[in-house]
Write a protein that binds this ligand. Structure first.
Ligand code: ADP
Ligand code: MG
Length: 741
């Protein structure tokens, strides 16, 4: 048995990117785990498989970290309060360390400090004071280093603890017994150790601040939830907490109120603002029988609804789950970086040892001082924090940004892929057009009357769920026509329908269907072509092998389809329309919206094949469809976009789910993806440049030629700022505004 819902854990003591690999390794080694991913930006892990949370927590603890299961929707206020407390604590630690380190550092620079040999008791007191700072402000690094050593690991704590610890130890030793080293090396490094600790704490505090902002998108979604609901029980209206609303219960929603859960209106009507979920600015009119979504805003009317989805089944809850798990997922590039970060710390330890040896063997006097200085600087500057944050932090912001626009991205890979697309394939019905066709023309042979023919086909179409069928049935209903019962109903995919009514065999569908049954359509062929040129879809009716007439429907294009397609062109994409409808109709629609290529009269089963052909010609293809009958094509495409229509969203289906039924969502997704991917590369570039310049400089490669060495305090500042820079850069993504023109 495999749990469909992933287990979420909060992971403590993860100080650095290298830890991600250690924790993932520990979790993936637990029997029954299918896949575990750790999000360094959020300090969480998501585990899929058949395994219980307690076992997972134990595995994490054994690896030297802390873990606790996260259940349901965490209380945001608690989380924010905890984060604020942690932020303050880091600032205080940083301040305490700075108040000892900075005066020492400045007086040292000004040459105002007494010499070690003259004032040993003074230096001894400074040493003890520094030890207090190391324990109070830097204790967590030493504890972390110890834990990870016991688990045979090394992480950022290891580097910081080794760097500052050895500086302190060396300084204390020569304070107690200066003769251990030659006169020229009798110099202490208490201030460096203390200031480094101060800077790293300060950096963590800033990073935490900025990281808090990256999860704003999910917090906004959680915050959308209504707190109470007004239920009608035994005819009496009472306010109850949202958790107590039962399935199928009747609820009253008053003007200005948030809808508590998903449901159907059973009395009254209103206009509802769904912008918070769909990004669609205009309120939507809703009446009896219409579906409504929890957490949207009731504008004008008061109505009664029946709850159809409650608790974790509401659309909002599902959106939150999906956004969250997408934010936690890693694209290919992120997985690669984590692998690199995982071996980074051991590699740095090796570089540190080599640096140490080289200075000891070949360095100028005072060897001991140079050796200590360079090794400490290498350890401090080399931390791969920025590297580990680079990808997940941009994914979090990018996925959250998309959610703001009513775009649900399934995972990091989809986000990365969407940025690379070259061709967008659009399904016609329901994607380019509204998907709500209406009957426009009825043409009959002499033997038939309009109403009789319409009643006949409506009888047949009762059994079909095709949008065309709905149009026919709806038209018959509005004309008050009587439908009859049918037998032997058969829907012939991509062709039409067939059924028997009082011993007469009725065929209704496109020309292909008529041809397959050898029915002569000559009489209506000219009118059919004319209708098709007007972007209408003509369908032929045959009764007992004789053509009886044509019913044509028109499915109007969505108001913004043409503009959105122009936007896709601006982004450099090729736009293809794919449809089962006849070529003439398809071309007429294509001309209205300006697509580059039309592939018409495609059977539903061949749509995936068409996508594949485009891929084989070298295109990276997006398929945009309604997510139900286009499933194979959506799966075949590099990125499948399922187009929802506000309330009917099949969230489980595609790589990207568009809640708002506008093609603009496709261009929005691509704009966001490109920005996010660019952001990741900027972050990675920054992180790699920082380490690849910083480490050699710290090791002293410039020293032989220029006499230049990196000050360990500067190294501490650089390391503290590197992750702050990455997080700040990722936060720039939040400011992305998409304009539709
Ligand atoms: P689309 O790409 O528009 O989803 P389909 O493959 O569903 O195309 O349908 C292709 C064509 O087959 C329609 O344009 C119509 O002519 C015919 N057809 C399919 N289903 C029906 C139906 N239930 N009633 C009448 N005609 C149908
Ligand atoms: Mg279709």
């Amino acid at each position: 048995m495999s749990n469909s819902q992933p287990i979420r854990l909060s992971i403590g003591s993860m100080s650095c990117a290298g830890c991600v690999a250690s924790v993932e390794k520990a979790l993936n080694a637990v029997p029954g785990v299918d896949l575990a991913t750790v999000n360094f930006a959020e300090h969480t892990a998501e585990v899929r498989g058949s395994v219980d949370a307690a076992t997972l927590c134990k595995a994490v603890v054994d690896a030297g970290y802390e873990a606790a299961e996260l259940r349901g929707q965490e209380n945001i206020e608690d989380k924010q309060a905890a984060e604020l407390a942690q932020y303050r604590k880091l600032l205080i630690k940083s301040f305490v360390a700075a108040s000892v380190g900075v005066p020492l550092f400045i007086s040292g620079l000004l040459g105002k400090m007494p010499g070690l040999l003259e004032q040993r008791p003074f230096w001894f007191i400074i040493g003890v004071l520094s030890l207090f700072v190391l324990v109070y402000s830097g204790g967590s690094f030493f504890v972390g280093a110890w834990k990870s050593m016991r688990a045979r690991n090394a992480n950022m704590d290891t580097l910081v603890a080794l760097g500052t610890g050895s500086a302190w130890l060396f300084s204390m030793l020569i304070t107690i017994k200066p003769s251990l080293v030659p006169i020229s090396a009798q110099h202490v490094y208490f201030e460096a150790a203390v200031i480094i600790i101060s800077l790293i704490n300060f950096g963590s505090a800033l990073e935490m601040r900025a990281r808090g902002k990256t999860s704003q998108a999910i917090q906004r979604l959680i915050g959308l939830q209504a707190k109470t609901a007004r239920v009608i029980r035994d005819g009496v209206e009472v306010d109850v907490p949202i958790e107590e609303v039962g399935l199928n219960e009747t609820l009253r929603v008053r003007p200005g109120e948030k809808l508590p859960v998903d449901g159907v209106i059973i009395e009254g009507h209103s206009s509802i603002d769904e912008a918070m979920l769909t990004g669609e600015p205009l309120p939507v009119q809703k009446a009896v029988g219409d579906k409504v979504v929890g957490s949207t805003l009731n504008k004008s009317g008061s109505f009664i609804m029946q709850a159809t989805n409650i608790g974790s089944n509401t659309m909002l809850a599902k959106i939150i789950d999906m956004v969250r798990s997408a934010q936690n997922s890693k694209p290919a590039i992120g997985r690669l970086v984590d692998k690199i970060a995982g071996i980074f710390v051991p590699v740095v330890l090796v570089i540190a040892v080599v640096t140490c040896l080289v200075w000891y063997l070949f360095g100028p006097e005072p060897k001991i001082s140079y050796m200590l200085l360079t090794t400490m600087t290498v350890l401090i500057i080399a931390c791969p924090c920025a590297l580990g944050l680079a990808t997940p932090i941009s994914i979090m912001v990018g996925v959250g940004k998309a959610a703001e626009y009513g775009i649900l991205i399934r995972n990091g890979d989809a986000l990365q892929q969407a940025g690379k697309l070259t061709t967008v394939v659009l399904d016609k019905t329901g994607t380019v057009t509204t998907g709500r066709p209406e009957v426009t023309d009825i043409l009959t042979t002499q033997a038939w009357q309009d109403d009789a023919l319409l009643a006949l086909v409506a009888s047949v179409e009762q059994g079909s769920e095709h949008p065309l069928a709905e149009a026919i049935v709806e038209s018959a209903r509005s004309r008050n026509l009587q439908v009859e019962s049918v037998s032997d109903f058969e829907a012939i995919v991509g062709h039409g329908v067939k059924a028997t009514i009082t011993n007469k065999i009725i065929l209704f569908g496109n020309q292909r269907l008529m041809k397959a049954h050898d029915i002569d359509v000559q009489e209506f062929i000219t009118s059919a072509n004319k209708l098709a040129e007007q972007a209408r879809t003509p369908m032929f009716v045959a009764v007992d092998g004789q053509l009886a007439g044509i019913v044509a429907v028109s499915d109007p294009v969505k108001v913004d389809s043409a503009e959105a397609i122009a936007q896709l062109h601006k982004l450099g994409l090729k736009v293809v329309m794919l449809t089962g409808d006849n070529a003439a109709t398809a071309n007429a629609v294509a001309a209205q919206v300006g697509v580059d290529q039309v592939i018409a009269e495609v059977l539903p089963s061949d749509k995936a094949e068409q996508v594949k052909l485009l891929q084989e010609s070298g295109e990276i293809v997006a398929m945009v469809g309604d997510g139900i009958n286009d499933a194979p094509a959506l799966a075949q495409a590099d990125v499948g976009f399922a187009m929802g229509s506000g309330t009917d969203v099949a969230i489980e289906s595609a790589d990207v789910t568009l809640i708002r039924g506008s093609l603009y969502s496709v261009s929005d997704s691509i704009i966001i993806s490109r920005a996010a991917v660019r952001n990741i590369w900027q972050n990675l570039f920054g992180a790699f440049i920082y380490n690849s310049l910083g480490i050699p400089l710290a090791a002293g490669v410039l020293f032989p030629a220029t006499g230049l060495l990196l000050n360990p305090v500067i190294a501490g500042a650089a390391m503290a700022m590197s992750s702050v820079t990455v997080v700040t850069n990722a936060n720039r993504l939040r400011l992305l505004k998409i304009k539709h023109d």
